[in-house]
Design a protein around this ligand. Structure first.
Ligand SMILES: Nc1ncnc2c1ncn2[C@@H]1O[C@H](COP(=O)(O)OP(=O)(O)OP(=O)(O)O)[C@@H](O)[C@H]1O
Ligand SMILES: O=C(O)C1=C[C@@H](O)[C@@H](O)[C@H](O)C1
Ligand SMILES: [Mg+2]
Length: 172
């Protein structure tokens, strides 16, 4: 029941890296956002619109606990905010949990998110200038929680393959 948990800011590459890591290791990948969407039968955007962020954070916590309690070996890709709510950061420290923070700079995050924000309700309605300032402040606020991970991998200027390689070295 070992879990590899990838965390970090929106756009740092959790889903992309986890999918690739899963192919190489044959460990099944579960994306927390997708699990929540399937259970609620709503998109993340719809959950935020219909029920609000507080409700989303409850679903997110419940689902994270459930995934950690399952008896399977899994790679779990968290949502960008997961470690920052409901004491979820404490769950990153569990004995059977290898938690890895995918650390990206403000510029990397901005460049990846600027063309790809519509499915991310926290930034969907921002213009480019607002987004850059938001990411800078938000990342600063969240860093404390992200840094509770057991391992840290820098993703700036790295290909998907290079980041996956760094993670394989941690797992070796
Ligand atoms: N070297 C890279 N590593 C990872 N992702 C990259 C890289 N270069 C470009 N990308 C792109 O950056 C985006 C990263 O998004 P991804 O959905 O994987 O992030 P995420 O951390 O899961 O975000 P969210 O928290 O919003 O789900 C994707 O569009 C991906 O194709
Ligand atoms: O950073 C966040 O708070 C979020 C990131 C996404 O993965 C989703 O979980 C949701 O859009 C909230
Ligand atoms: Mg994702």
């Amino acid at each position: 029941m070992k879990k590899i948990v990838l965390l970090g800011y929106m756009g740092c590459g959790k889903s992309t890296i986890a999918q690739n890591l899963s192919k190489i290791t044959n460990i099944p990948f579960l994306d927390l956002d997708k699990c929540i969407e399937e259970r609620a039968n709503l998109s993340i955007n719809e959950i935020f619109e219909k029920h609000g962020e507080v409700h989303f954070r409850k679903l997110e916590h419940q689902m994270f606990v459930e995934l950690l309690e399952s008896s399977d070996n899994n790679i779990i890709g968290l949502g960008g905010g997961t470690p920052c709510y409901a004491n979820n950061h404490e769950l990153l420290k569990g004995d059977d949990v290898t938690s890895i923070y995918l650390k990206a700079s403000i510029d990397t995050l901005y460049n990846r998110l600027v063309h790809n924000k519509s499915k991310r309700p926290l930034i969907a309605n921002m213009n480019e200038e607002e987004m850059k300032e938001f990411i800078a402040k938000h990342l600063f606020d969240r860093s404390y929680y992200y840094n509770q991970a057991k391992h840290k991998v820098s993703v700036d200027d790295k290909s998907v393959e290079e980041t996956v390689q760094d993670i394989l070295e941690i797992l070796a």
